[in-house]
Design a protein around this ligand. Structure first.
Ligand code: PGA
Length: 265
């Protein structure tokens, strides 16, 4: 069974003071769930050290928001995967739509970053998703398959199978507009089918999380589908109560699944 995962993407937000206050409150509420769900916090680079210290041995993992395409050298302003690993990161986001759109990261760039993260011994969280125009033109899966195929071409299917995929429709990120549970479930299922077609069983084994305006009020409905293995949370991860309630909603869907299994037994 795939263990659910909840990932906080703080984007370019925070300060030494606010990070501490936020984490103390999040940890008090989410720490008890650590055996049920995996959790990771992805702060901006300068705060990795602080967040690593605050997470300590709580069972929540540290993550980063990107890694360089290169291993080391003359890349001013970049941060290598090996450095992130040394800082204690376990997960690294790659191909977030803001990186693709605002910083012009191509599918090939994303694949190169993915490879660096894996080579450094961390788990890439590969973000994929369509724009509104692509969805309206019926291009949702063509876009996602193109994004996945670039990574498969770079690293091979076995390596992609070792990652987490975050399905984030671009039109739902930070807009307050959420994909419906049916749209999410259907897209996740189609991604699994595509991956199963590349390597038997790969799609079934891999964790696929949803991201895009997830809030405490819609989390339970989004996580209800067995196709959805958790969430990548932006804005709501900056509010302790919201984020904790999203974690509780994720953990409780698992408890419900257990109950259903018990009843079936
Ligand atoms: P959002 O961001 O939850 O604020 O929509 C999600 C993301 O960008 O990962």
């Amino acid at each position: 069974m795939r263990k659910p995962i909840l990932i906080a993407n703080w984007k370019m937000n925070g300060s030494l003071h606010s990070n501490q206050a936020l984490l103390v409150r999040i940890l008090a509420k989410l720490r008890p769930l650590r055996k049920t769900i995996d959790m990771a916090i992805c702060p901006p680079f300068p705060y990795l050290f602080q967040v690593r210290d605050l997470l300590g041995y709580t069972g929540l993992s540290l993550g980063a928001q990107n890694a360089s395409v290169a291993a080391s050298g003359a890349h001013t302003g970049e941060v290598s995967a090996t450095m992130l690993r040394e800082m204690g990161c376990r997960y690294v986001l790659v191909g977030h739509s803001e990186r693709r759109a605002l910083y012009h990261e191509s599918d090939r760039d994303v694949a190169a970053r993915f490879r660096q993260v894996l080579s450094a011994g961390m788990t890439p969280v590969l973000c994929v998703g369509e724009t509104l125009g692509e969805r309206e033109q019926g291009q949702t899966m063509a876009t996602i398959e193109r994004q996945l195929q670039a990574v498969i071409d770079e690293t091979g299917m076995a390596d992609l199978a070792a990652s987490v995929i975050a399905y984030e429709p671009v039109w739902a990120i930070g807009t307050g507009r959420t994909a419906t549970p049916e749209q999410v479930s259907e897209t996740h299922r189609t991604i699994r089918q595509f991956l199963d077609g590349c390597q038997a069983g790969a799609g079934e084994a891999l964790r696929i999380v949803y991201g895009g305006s997830v809030k405490a009020s819609n989390a339970a409905a989004l996580f209800q589908s067995p196709e959805v293995d958790g969430g990548l949370i932006g804005g709501a991860s900056l509010q302790a109560d919201e984020f904790s309630d999203i974690g509780a909603a994720l953990a409780s869907t698992l408890a419900e699944a257990d109950c259903e299994c018990d009843t079936l037994d």
